[in-house]
Design a protein around this ligand. Structure first.
Ligand code: F0G
Length: 355
C-alpha cells in the first residue's frame, strides 16, 4: 500500500523553521493542483504559458490552511488552550477547522456584515466563537493583537511567524511541479502575509535547489490599495471582501519582496476583478473574487502595454474557492428560468434558445 499523503509539516519537515515542541495538527492540506490554462493565455494575447495554482482546494477552501497547520501545531505544542484571529473570513474558517482538529478553543473577530457567506458558515460549522466587530478588519486585528499580548491566547494571524513557515510551502510545490520557479507569480494582496511567504519560499528553494526566482506581481483592489497609494486607507471598500484591508500588517515586507524580485504591486478595479472571476469560471475554475485579482492584474498590465508576456511562464495564485462567496455570482450570471414540468415547455424553451 502506498504511504498516505502526509500533510505539509511532515512532508517539508526539513524546510520549515518550527520549534521542536511543535505537535503536528493536519487535515492533509497542500498538494494543490497547478492547472494549465492555455486557452485563457490565448485570450490574453498568447505566446506564453499560464498556470493557476488552485489553493481553493485546501481542506477549508482557502490557502490559509498551509499556514494554519503550522500555527496551530506550534500553539498546541506550546500548551496553549485557545487561539484567536481577526479575519475577512478565510483565516477564520481555517483557524476554526484546525483548532477543532486540535481540540483547542477558537475565537475569531470579523468585520460586521462584510464576510462572505461560505466563510462565516465554515467558521460556525467548525465551532469557532465568532464575534462581529462594529469596525473594519484593521480594527479587529488591532484588538486581537492586544488581547493576545495580555492573555494566554495564541494569535494565529499572519503576524505569527509560523503562519509564514507553513504558507511558503506553496512556492516549493510550484517549483517541484514546473521543475523551476516561474518567470512571474501573480497574486492578490490583502494583509500581505501570503506574498511575503511566497518570497521566503522561493528564495529558500533557490538557495538549496537553484530553482531560480520569479518576479512578483501583487494585486490589490483599487478601493483597498494602501501599498499602491503609499498610505493606509481608513475606509477600504471592495467587492473582494477577502482583501478589504487598509493597513496591511506585512505591508513593508510585501513592498520589499515585490521590489527585490523585480516585480511590483498594482491595483485593479472591482469590475476587472469580477470580469476575471467570470472568465476563469468560464474555463472551469470557479474562485472567489479576491482570488481572481492576481490574473485581473496580469490582464490589466498586458492591456496597458506595461507587460509583455511573450515567452514567459506565469503562475497565478487562486487563493480561495468560489463556494466561499456564492452570493457574488448573482452579479454577473443569469438567474435560472422556471418552466412548467412538461416536455413541451422544455423543448420550446431549448429550441427557441438554439434558434
Ligand atoms: N485571497 C483570499 C481569498 C484571502 O482570503 C486573502 C486574505 C488574500 C487573498 C490576501 O492574502 O492577506 O496574505 O495578503 N484573507 C485574510 C483573512 C485577510 O482574514 O482571511 P494576504
Amino acid at each position: 500500500m502506498p504511504a498516505p499523503y502526509a500533510g505539509l509539516l511532515e512532508r517539508y519537515h526539513d524546510w520549515l523553521d518550527l520549534p521542536a515542541y511543535t505537535r503536528p495538527v493536519t487535515l492533509l492540506e497542500g498538494n494543490t493542483p497547478l492547472i494549465p490554462m492555455p486557452r485563457l493565455a490565448e485570450e490574453l494575447g498568447g505566446g506564453f504559458e499560464l498556470y493557476v495554482k488552485y489553493e481553493g482546494l485546501n481542506p477549508s477552501g482557502s490557502f490559509k490552511d498551509r499556514g494554519m497547520t503550522a500555527a496551530i501545531s506550534e500553539a498546541l505544542g506550546r500548551g496553549v488552550r485557545a487561539v484567536i484571529c481577526a479575519s475577512t473570513g478565510n483565516t477564520a474558517a481555517s483557524a476554526a477547522a484546525y483548532a477543532a482538529r486540535a481540540g483547542l478553543r477558537a475565537i475569531v473577530l470579523i468585520p460586521q456584515g462584510k464576510v462572505a457567506l461560505g466563510k462565516l458558515a465554515g467558521a460556525l460549522a467548525y465551532g469557532a466563537e465568532v464575534i462581529q466587530i462594529e469596525g473594519s478588519f484593521d480594527d479587529a486585528l488591532a484588538l486581537v493583537v492586544e488581547i493576545s499580548q495580555k492573555y494566554p491566547i495564541a494569535l494565529v494571524n499572519s503576524l505569527n511567524p509560523y503562519r509564514l513557515e507553513g504558507q511558503k510551502t506553496a512556492a516549493f510545490e510550484i517549483c517541484d511541479t514546473l521543475g523551476s520557479a516561474p518567470d512571474w507569480l501573480c497574486l492578490p494582496v490583502g494583509n500581505a502575509g501570503n506574498i511575503t511567504a511566497y518570497w521566503m519560499g522561493f528564495r529558500q528553494y533557490h538557495v538549496r535547489r537553484g530553482s531560480g526566482l520569479p518576479r512578483l506581481l501583487g494585486v490589490q483592489a483599487a478601493g483597498a490599495a494602501p501599498l499602491v497609494l503609499g498610505h493606509p486607507v481608513e475606509k477600504p471598500e471592495t467587492v473582494a471582501t477577502a482583501i478589504r484591508i487598509g493597513r496591511p500588517a506585512r505591508g513593508e515586507q510585501a513592498l520589499a519582496a515585490a521590489e527585490e524580485s523585480g516585480g511590483r504591486i498594482i491595483a485593479v478595479s472591482d469590475d476587472e476583478i469580477l470580469t476575471m472571476q467570470r472568465r476563469l469560471a468560464a474555463h472551469g475554475v470557479w474562485v472567489e473574487p479576491a482570488s481572481a485579482a492576481g490574473l485581473a492584474g496580469l490582464a490589466h498590465e498586458i492591456a496597458a502595454g506595461r507587460f509583455n508576456p511573450r515567452g514567459q511562464r506565469i503562475v497565478a495564485i487562486c487563493t480561495g474557492h468560489g463556494l466561499k462567496d456564492p452570493d457574488i455570482v448573482a452579479r454577473w450570471s443569469t438567474p435560472p428560468r422556471t418552466l412548467p414540468a412538461s416536455l413541451q415547455a422544455l423543448t420550446d424553451a431549448l429550441l427557441r434558445e438554439a434558434a
